[in-house]
Design a protein around this ligand. Sequence first.
Ligand code: ARG
Ligand code: ZN
Length: 487
Amino acid sequence: MASGRLAIAATAVLVGTLGTVGCSASRGESGPTSVVADGASPGAADSARRHAGRIGAPGIGDPDFPTDGNGGYDVDRYRLKLDYRPDTRHLSGVAGIEAKATQDLARFNLDLSGLKVGQVTVNDAAAQFQRSGNELIVTPAKIIPEKSAFTVKVTYAGEPKPVRDSPNLGTYGFIPTADGAFVACEPNGAKTWFPGNDHPADKARYDFEITVPEGLTALANGELVGEPSTAGGKTTFTWRESHPMASYLATMTLGKFELRQGKTAAGIKNIAAVDPRYQSSLDSLYTLSGKITDYWSTVFGPYPFSSTGGVIDDFAAGYALENQTKPMYGGFKPGDDIIAHELAHQWFGDSLSITRWKDLWLNEGFATYAEWLWSEHKGNATAERIFRSHYSAGADAAIWKYPPGRAKPEDLFNSSVYTRGGMTLHALRQRIGDPAFFTLLKTWNADHKYGYVTTEEFVALAEKISGKQLDDLFNAWLFTPKKPTTW
Ligand code: ARG
Ligand code: ZN
């Protein structure tokens, strides 16, 4: 749809520029294409005809983030070969992208911010490319037929810069630190360090080959493949995330790190890493991450990935991020509540991904509620008590004005998405009772493992499992700008 509209717009501009026919005439028998064909530039007309409907959209279709992600293809795997020098802040990279066309593609986009592109190939043949804002526009030598698999290779280099979007989103993306880089990309900062389809609606597997000066450690998602190899004063770390992952969960955090590796009591590989400044927190990060991963596996269903763990870096981000398999804590020692939150995201947000940012409560409301469940499990305040304390906010409180079921792009991480999102789940638990509620959490996970979810699907499943009509509850809690009175 979007590409069709684009092609029509481009034709209209062409006709207008030639100025040989009036607007009404251009809609007549001869039509815009033949007008152009009779003109001075038959080549352009040919190419316009060939390309009509074959141009990948510049956005994946999220109305709140119209240029995030791209249309026309699905990425299956990224192979990122990256070399970073903290002293010069220079990154050089080769991004291999294995994708499948979802339409004929005469042209398609990748998201990339800054950095200089040297070469692009498609199926090993040189391709033309242009830059426009955060879009890298690729024109392959041959049209890629719908449904066919294709590979793209982008060679690029430069100084990666974070996205600075404060106060709403803070600083995110590739953030240089004193000894390396802190890389946390929610919602759309992957484009600051590799070209790709930067939106959670297109998850892919990742291979990382990251080279850093000897003595530093490069961390990425998943597990190490083989031992790091050192040559000529540089060390290369190869990591592989073999489960589908949203681009905002990918990381290449690097610097001086202390590592502790082992297994959780239930046998899941556990990798904790801390900046030397947080050395005294390494054991607690490792131990708590292991315990909590095992506990959530009993509540939400089997852990979806091949390893768990966490990273504490010394960049004061003011937030943590649920990077797949390796949540990252920006400049603070995390307590068990926030570890419980980030690890709950491995199920809600990472294994199950939203396809539109407006549904963010499916990530943050669930992870917040998980903090309350952890508190209850530890014999501290019950979820009911925490719910009550938030519910005591007066009718004028900001949280009641922001319905969390539709996160606002200009205020995505509003505390309502977290807290009122969590309260929604508690209201639901009250209504349907513990057995149905906890069956729902497990079924929700099992049904959509490694996939995509929407709020409508959650409401439908809650109704199916409980056998209750729940429109009133979800409408009041998720979609009404006023203090709910039902649960
Ligand atoms: N998803 C993270 C959490 O709540 C928050 C990420 C905030 N991102 C940002 N750019 N400020 O665990
Ligand atoms: Zn969160």
